[in-house]
Design a protein around this ligand. Structure first.
Ligand code: HEC
Length: 140
């Protein structure tokens, strides 16, 4: 009897180990996954032109609502970031500017824990103004 059950047991052990490895790989894959907007959202056109007044309004909103985490210059070093123990995105990074207006707008709209969503906290125009302003970060 033992001669028969031993190989069966080792099969179970091996299968369990493989399952465990697969789960670890899967969760690592998920944490590495980039935050991307759905294509339809990414292609949305920005209806607000990046005029002086749009940028000024965007800057005002940014400093009031976003700089606490993302930092005044978008370096991800705001005072709240340290308190929360999080690493907010570095918005001054060129990879952010490479994203479409629609993509940034969508991310600001839906948020992602611990970042709040701004769907009701900011009007669409205010969100587009902030998108316009984000484009100037890291340029100066
Ligand atoms: C409570 C802190 C916090 C506040 C406030 C906050 N954010 Fe964030 N934000 C984050 C964190 C953390 C991430 C990274 C989320 C992730 O990728 O897991 C992030 C990500 C982003 C991204 C996505 C960057 C990328 O990878 O494409 C954008 C854009 C952004 N924030 C803009 C804003 C704007 C604009 C505001 C203000 C209206 C704001 N955030 C307010 C914490 C914050």
């Amino acid at each position: 009897m033992t001669a028969q059950s031993a190989p069966r047991l080792s099969v179970v052990v091996v299968l369990t180990a493989l399952l465990g490895l697969a789960l670890v790989a899967l969760s690592e894959e998920q944490s590495k996954e980039k935050w991307t907007a759905p294509a339809t959202e990414a292609h949305k056109k920005n209806p607000v032109e990046a005029t002086e007044s749009s940028l000024a309004a965007g800057q005002k909103t940014y400093l009031k609502r976003c700089a606490g985490c993302h930092g005044k210059t978008g370096n991800g070093d705001g005072p709240d970031a340290a308190d929360l123990g999080i690493h907010p995105a570095k918005l001054s990074d060129p990879t952010i500017r490479a994203e479409t207006d629609g993509e940034l707008f969508w991310k600001i709209t839906v948020g992602k824990k611990p970042m709040p969503n701004y769907a009701t906290r900011l009007s669409p125009t205010d969100r587009w103004n902030v998108v316009n302003y984000l484009r100037t970060l890291g340029r100066r």
